[in-house]
Design a protein around this ligand. Structure first.
Ligand SMILES: Cc1cc2nc3c(=O)[nH]c(=O)nc-3n(C[C@H](O)[C@H](O)[C@H](O)COP(=O)(O)OP(=O)(O)OC[C@H]3O[C@@H](n4cnc5c(N)ncnc54)[C@H](O)[C@@H]3O)c2cc1C
Ligand code: SF4
Length: 509
């Protein structure tokens, strides 16, 4: 199963997934996998290809419900309706995807290999080299080919990305067009809503199709709520079907399986484990990283129309700022209108401004961390303690981002930091950011991870380096919650790679 440009995507079927039902269901499988994002889908394909009988359970809807508006994306394709917020010294929205395809349904499909120094650090702390750069290289190579990953093509990059690349080149910075798993992207700029053309290689167009072709079964609209246990051995899971529109309760689902792989994501996995009857020790939910970020928006004389072109297609590495990764930002028009309103720009002025906007999101590999707990109604209770050092790194990244936008053609700029206002050069931004504290920033994060870490000690980690839970037999984790540290690059491809390695171990290969 291989993709190349222009081939195959439009006719490729989505996997057959069962949806809402009022019937109670009792099923058995060799392996039950919870979640169908990068972690769950990659594990399912590996295991089904190796001959295991696999059932996947997914809380979100069976097929992508693309609508060109933020409300539909939040309702159907974002966990907890897009309303997850981490509290602490300031509040920070945390986004995570939902549905058959998980986060890949609504992400920008930016593809990175995990940086070598990060993997070297993991090998040292884990005392295990299975995720070393050398060992993961062939896995990444396979993913590059399988998903059709290559640099954003000029035909679909759009002025928003082109402007950033112009700025990066003019300044001599290290950067350019981003690699993405979007082999048939037509540059419609709506990745956050879902991909209407099928140009994005979200997991529902590849891993899950292949897993189902090899016998896997997907039950969607199905939320897992607890585990079946005998002593300290897991025997399966129980959950319930929920109507995707009304959220009405449907039938109960019981899946008996000798092996259970939890892949509900950086928030979803600890949220479920905390509410369940499993005792996995004190490390569940601890050490959450999120790659927090802020943005800089430039205003050009010419029209940029940032909704035309790849949603996020350019990046750069700011000099001497390791772990700070600015990449193009574009907001859907209605979100842009709200954001400009929050900056004190009246709607009629904002409407005129929006076609001229360009932007860079400044994301950092966080040294700060947070925690995932669960409220009694099952929602995630998220806290995050920001270190001032991380805020200083965001500020420094924003100054470089402003330089790039001005060098690319922006005439003035602004940013969502209270009291900064309009500025015409990066030095003015630097001066105004100097005294700003965390409460002045409007932060955002969409990479929850490291909340059920892999490690060697059951007091400080949840799973062993091979993915097996320290304290419960038959239970594995294989998603973004398992990273021993923050990655510093967009995490979905590394989630797939690690999940493939873990799934082979589950199959005994
Ligand atoms: C807006 C946005 C943009 C992003 N852009 C990029 C990008 O460009 N590149 C990149 O690499 N990363 C990006 N990310 C992050 C990336 O998508 C995630 O890191 C990745 O999807 C995580 O994979 P996962 O398998 O850990 O979990 P997820 O993809 O979150 O999948 C978990 C699945 O589990 C399901 N689930 C949760 N709880 C339960 C339950 N109790 N029972 C059953 N099912 C459950 C969820 O519905 C979900 O489908 C972005 C994320 C967002 C939200
Ligand atoms: S820009 Fe449009 S066509 Fe390209 S991957 Fe995103 S949603 Fe799909």
């Amino acid at each position: 199963m291989r993709w190349s440009p222009g081939e195959g995507v439009f006719w490729r079927p989505a996997p057959q997934a069962d949806g809402f039902t009022t019937l109670d269901r009792e099923l058995t499988a060799d392996v039950v996998i919870l979640g169908t994002g990068p972690g769950g889908a990659a594990a399912a394909r590996t295991l089904a290809n190796l001959g295991a009988s696999v059932i996947l359970l997914e809380e979100g809807p069976p097929e992508a419900r693309f609508r060109p508006n933020q409300g539909a994306a939040m309702r159907y394709h974002m966990q907890e309706g897009g309303a997850m917020v981490a509290s602490g010294a300031t509040f920070m929205p945390i986004a995570a995807g939902r549905g058959v395809g998980g986060g890949t349904l609504i992400n920008s499909a930016i593809a990175w290999r995990c940086p070598d120094p990060v993997l070297a650090g993991w090998a040292e702390t884990l005392g295990d080299i299975r995720y070393s750069a050398d060992n993961l290289r062939p896995v990444y190579d396979e993913l590059w080919e399988y998903l059709g990953i290559w640099e954003t093509r000029r035909e679909v990059s759009g002025e928003n990305n082109d402007l950033v690349v112009r700025g990066v080149k003019a300044l001599g910075y290290d950067g350019g067009y981003l690699s993405r798993y979007t082999p048939n992207c037509v540059g419609c700029g709506t990745c956050y809503y879902g991909c209407p053309s099928g140009g994005k290689a979200s997991t529902n167009h590849n891993f899950l199709v292949e897993a189902c072709a090899n016998g896997a079964r997907i039950l969607a609209d199905t939320k897992v709520e607890d585990f079946l246990l005998s002593g300290n051995r897991v025997l399966g899971v129980v959950g319930r079907s929920y109507h995707p529109d009304t959220r009405a309760e449907g039938g109960k689902v019981t899946v008996r399986a000798g092996k259970v792989i939890v892949a509900c994501g950086g928030v979803g996995t600890p949220r479920l484990l905390k509410r369940s009857s499993l005792d996995l020790g004190p490390a569940v939910g601890v050490g959450l990283h999120v790659h927090p970020g802020n943005a800089v928006f430039g205003v050009c004389e010419h029209e940029v129309n940032w909704w035309q072109g790849a949603t996020q297609g350019a990046y750069f590495h700011p000099p001497a700022l390791p772990g700070v990764l600015p990449h193009t930002s574009s907001l859907p028009p209605e979100v842009a209108l709200l954001s400009l309103g929050a900056q004190g720009i009246a709607a009629p002025d904002a409407m005129e401004l929006i076609p001229h906007l360009t932007g860079l999101l400044v994301m950092i590999s966080d040294h700060s961390s947070g925690r995932v707990d669960a409220w009694s109604d099952g929602r995630a209770k998220l806290t995050y303690d920001f270190s001032m050092e991380d805020i200083e790194r965001i500020k420094a990244g924003m100054v470089h981002a402003a330089r790039v936008l001005f060098a690319g053609g922006a005439k003035w700029a602004f940013c969502p930091v209270a009291g900064v206002g309009r500025f015409e050069d990066a030095e003015a931004l630097e001066a105004r950011l100097k005294d700003k504290v965390i409460q002045d920033f409007t932060l955002y994060a969409s990479h929850p991870m490291s909340s059920c870490r892999m490690g060697t000690h059951p007091e400080t980690s949840v799973i062993r380096p091979d993915g097996r839970a320290h304290r419960i037999e038959g239970l594995y984790l294989a998603d973004s919650s398992i990273f021993p540290t923050s990655l510093g690059v967009n995490p979905s491809i590394t989630t797939m790679a690690m999940s493939m390695v873990i799934a082979k171990g589950v199959a005994g290969v």
